[in-house]
Structure formats: structure tokens, C-alpha cells
Design a protein around this ligand. Sequence first.
Ligand code: ATP
Ligand code: MN
Length: 465
Amino acid sequence: MKDLRRVRIADLLKDSASYVGKEVDVKGWVRSRRGNKYVQFVALNDGSTINNLQIVFDLAKFSDEELKPITTGSSIHVQGLLVESQGKGQTVEVQAEKLEIYGTANPEEYPLQKKGHSLEFLREIAHLRPRTNTFGAVFRVRAALAYAIHKFFTEKGFYYFHTPLITASDCEGAGAMFQVTTLPLNELPKKEDGTIDYNEDFFGKQAALTVSGQLEGELGATSLGAIYTFGPTFRAENSNTPRHLSEFWMIEPEIAFADITENMDIAEEFIKYCINYALDNCKDDILFLQEHFDKDLVERLKFVVENDFVRLPYSEGIKILEESGKKFEFPVYWGVDLASEHERYLVEEHFKRPVILTDYPKEIKAFYMKLNDDGKTVRAMDVLFPKIGEIIGGSEREASYEKLSKRIEEQGLDGMEWYLDTRKFGTVPHSGFGLGFERLVLFVTGMQNIRDVIPFPRYPKNCEY
Ligand code: ATP
Ligand code: MN
């Protein structure tokens, strides 16, 4: 091998005119090999783009024996001249001069032989599925969206604030939390009354993985002005749906001095920014996903960024659902926690665009949401999306110490003094929301199942790798 510097296939294809006529050095995994006894064509992919680079092996230069290890999934290093391609399907190709085999992939064993494996099958080999076109595209889009999120908030003056993953505050219902303990589960230390003695546990008290960074995020917002979190959250709810994971990533901005309207404005601007970023920067991947999974993908993405979201109080949403004449699986009445079928009816059939539903009954929302003057509803705002249902849940927060402590008491929550201090000392109106990252990735990629947009999905009875 000559002393050349490797070029990423994405960079080479983006700027191919400047590489034509030059010797290039490329490395990657073989997607396929075909040809005849004079010439062999290899489709090489290095993960930097959905597009493969065609490598041409002239059998006058390379023996059958030398090329034998080049099978689907093997990894190779090639040097050669980049030329304009005569064939269809690519503009340039490499005329191989030097070949180094990094690793073989026995065709008898390598599971990704042919195209068109089902997503279910690929989920069972999630450790290899990033090597497929589909998952390469999904995970590149996912990475781009993560970057867009940091870019959006940083440019807006929000600080990235790290909230804990292990927490001792049971803010949103301890039932859905994964407990964290080092106690011996077979012989738990007991107190005199028979209950478990958590004094003996690692932290000296009961601890769990966080379901949300919001409460700690509020401490950040009421000091730094505006913050966002972006990290994993864990929910032990037994929801086997295409929209729930046991481990998912959440983005939670929290903004001091913002009311619910400003909160909605930011949520809408934010989500449109992310979608636009993906449209601008992940074109090839999105077009691939559109072609293979979702014919209306680009149209739907453009529609969302080009149109205002509907803003509608929950009570009016209920009225629309009641008057729709539609047979829902779950009944609709004022006070019900909307199911995904209700949310999707409003978005997909009634308004035909995203809807921000506000002012929900306080009984179905968290204790920290600001109570409206009617005493019955709270200043919640959920953003509902086509195909997804709820993508964002947020609210203006209760800023009054008295009202908030009353609600905490009503719900029997303990150990919230640290949280109440935000209201006790220099309280301010403030708002925030949580975006489920995988639901955004789901929407932007057009995939159907949330388990296909995170590299290693965790869900009930599944924790591989
Ligand atoms: P849902 O009603 O869909 O179960 P939620 O009301 O429990 O969601 P929130 O507590 O408001 O959700 O969380 C904020 C956001 O996090 C949601 O809008 C959604 O995008 C996302 N989310 C919630 N639960 C999950 C989950 N189990 N897996 C993936 N994303 C989730
Ligand atoms: Mn919610």
C-alpha cells in the first residue's frame, strides 16, 4: 500500500470532480460484489453516507484467489484511480490498483446477505443492523438531529444543564421507576415493622433511575435563566407500543420568565428547526427512507415546517372528538386522558396539521403545572403530531409557593423541600417542556416503530447487548 491518506466516501462523492484523475485511498465494508471473468464490481460503504462507492477490479490485475475474501460484510482497503464511471447508477468509480483485506465475513454465517430483511428480523440482530442501508440512514439522521438540538438551544442562549440519572425524588409516580439498589435481594435488611431498611442501601435511602430531569432542570432555569437537558430517561411502564421505550432520550428546556404562550412559541420553533435541519443536511438518507418506507415523508416534513400549529384548549378538543361521530376504541368525555387514537384524529383527520392542546384537567396532569383561574384546568401544553400523537408534553409551572405546596401535600409527595425552595426564594413565572427524542427521530425518518430509531432498544422483556 502506498502512503496515502484515507478519504471518507461521503467527502469523496460530495467533491468528486476534484478527485477525478487522482489516486484515492478508501476503506469500508463490502455491500455486494458482482461481475464476470474480466471485471468485478464491488459496492463499498464506509458508513459516512448511504451511497456506496463502486470499486472496479480488473481480473488482469487481480486473481480470483485474491478477490475471493471479498464477500458481503468483509472489510477492505483499496487504493486506485478515481475515474468517471461509464456505468449507470454512479458518477465515479475507483479502478483498483492495490487491495488489502482487513477482515472476512463468512457468507455461510454473516446474516446480512441479501437486501430486504424485515425490520423484525433486523431487530433480533440489533448488533449488526447498523450495517444495513436503512439503519445507517436512521442513525445518521438521529445524530444530525442531536446536533441540531444542541445548536438550536446554544444559539438561543440556553445552557446545557446536566440533571442526575440516579435520583431519590419520586416526582412522577414511583410505580414507573426502575429502582437502583445494591441491597442483597435474597436477604433484604428489614426494619422492626417489616419494611425494607433503606438506610442499609448504597445511598442510605431508596433511589431510582430518573423518569425526567425537569424538577432539577427548574433549579437550573431559575438561576441560569434558560437551560435544556438532553439525556436518557427510564420508565418501567409496561407499555408495549410502537411509541414507548423503557430507556429513551429526552430534551427538556426550562425557561425563566416564560409563560405558556412563549413556551408554545419556543416548542414550535424548536421542532421546526430540527426538521428543517434534517431536510437540509440529511437529504440522501431521508430520500432513501422515503423510497423504501414512507412515500409521503418529505411532503409531510415540509408540511409541518411550513404551517402554523393549531393551538386549542383541551375542552374544545373534547368537543370536536365527541361531535366527530367516530367510533373510538376508548371513550371520549371531559376529563379523560386522551389516547393516541384521539390525538391522531384531531391532527390527521380534523385539523390536518400539528395541534398544541392546552389547559388540561388538573387531575390528569402533574402536580407542578400552573392552575388556571377556573380551578379545574392547568396550563399544560402537549404538542400532537401526525403518525406519532404526543411528541412534546409541557406546561407553565406553578410559581406560587402556597399553591404548589398544597398540591404536593394532596399527592402525598415527600422530600420535595429542595424543589419548593425555587418558589420560596425569588420565585418567577417559568415554563418548560419535554420532547421525546426518539419520537422526533421516528417522525423525521418515517419509521413506524420506536424500537427502530434507537441503536439498542430497551423494552419489556428485552435488554440485549
Ligand atoms: P405518553 O402519554 O405518550 O405515554 P407521557 O405523557 O408519559 O407520554 P411525558 O411524561 O409528558 O410523556 O414525557 C414527555 C415526552 O417524552 C412525551 O411527549 C414523549 O415524546 C416522550 N415519552 C414519554 N414516554 C416515553 C416512552 N416510554 N418512550 C419514548 N418516549 C416517551
Ligand atoms: Mn404527556
